[in-house]
Design a protein around this ligand. Structure first.
Ligand SMILES: [Zn+2]
Ligand SMILES: [Zn+2]
Length: 318
């Protein structure tokens, strides 16, 4: 990345798209680069982070196109828009509103990992077809060597990382674990070697890495093992897989919360409706009682009237 591009990325991360609205400051034009970036990028396409064209995985910092960039499995440019300024906008806006982009990112990562796992299965099948067939007993012995290779590779990668961080004491402790694993590996190799003719043992036995689908050799040396298990590709896949698990958890939690809220709203609605019904029933009961009372009064009035008329008629007759 050029110095200019780095500066642009840094300002995007800090200010989001709002920096596009900033005006040109000629007084610092002697610092041409700074002046340009403070002025903002007016040529930039202004779309919102919520736009369908924006990569939601990039907003959540887990797009495989970013994570695996520069590795043997570099995926090239993502089909959707990647923009650090939009990520900054999203991070600010998501403090007040839940956009639920985790669901989009989860779908994206899920299909990416499913593709990778399919590739692993194909590679395994190909190995099974091309590698000399060995009995289940011998295969188990080879598997033990592979497991120890993996352990050594991971530990060596850890040693390198601790060394790079300047943590000498801790790195020495891990190195002791490496030594123990090496002893176990030598024993496991011996057991494996004794289970077959020397010519067969010399043949490279491969295995497919379950994490990144790369091929691992049974006779790989420490350097190769450390390069693989501490390499950007393998670590990138670990990062993507861990992120996918995290997204699954977040999505499940949010969905559960939404369901609970929906249920609560429904219960409230039902309670309100019941209350309304009860009120309208009690109202109609009062009305009915009132009507019956009125009717009764009217009847008694009519009876009195009838009696009165009868008395008058009787008096006239007499
Ligand atoms: Zn992307
Ligand atoms: Zn791997």
């Amino acid at each position: 990345m050029s110095a200019q591009a780095q500066m642009r990325a840094m300002l995007d991360q800090l200010m989001g798209t709002s920096r596009d609205e900033h005006v040109w400051l000629p007084q610092i034009s002697n610092l041409e680069c700074v002046g340009f970036y403070v002025a903002g990028d007016t040529t930039r396409q202004r779309i919102k982070f919520s736009d369908d064209r924006v990569c939601k995985s990039h907003l959540l910092n887990c797009c495989p196109h970013d994570v695996l960039s520069g590795t043997r499995m570099d995926l090239g440019e993502c089909l959707k828009v990647h923009d650090l300024a939009l990520r900054a906008d999203y991070e600010i806006a998501s403090k007040d509103q839940d956009f639920f982009f985790e669901l989009d990112a989860m779908d994206h990562l899920q299909s990416f990992i499913a593709d990778c796992d399919r590739r692993t299965e194909v590679a395994k099948k190909r190995l099974a077809e091309t590698q000399e067939e060995i009995s289940a007993e011998v295969a188990a012995k080879a598997e033990r060597v592979h497991e120890l290779n993996e352990e050594i590779g991971k530990l060596l990668a850890k040693v390198e990382q601790l060394g790079a961080d300047g943590n000498v004491e801790e790195s020495q402790k891990v190195m002791d674990e490496v030594e123990k694993a090496r002893v176990k590996k030598r024993e496991a190799e011996e057991v494996y070697r004794n289970s077959m003719p020397a010519s067969s043992f010399q043949q490279q036995k491969l295995r497919v890495c379950e994490v990144c689908s790369a091929y691992l050799g049974l006779h790989d040396n420490d350097r190769r093992l450390a390069d693989h298990f501490g390499g950007k590709l393998h670590l990138g896949f670990i990062e993507i897989r861990e992120k996918l698990e995290e997204l699954r958890r977040i999505v499940a939690d949010k969905q559960e919360k939404r369901n609970q809220e929906r249920l609560k709203r429904r219960e409230e609605r039902e309670r309100e409706e019941r209350e309304k019904l009860r009120r309208s029933r009690s109202h109609s009961k009062h009305t009915k009682r009132y009507i019956s009372l009125q009717t009764r009064n009217a009847i008694s009035d009519a009876s009195l009237l009838q009696a009165g008329i009868f008395c008058i008629c009787l008096a006239l007759l007499i």
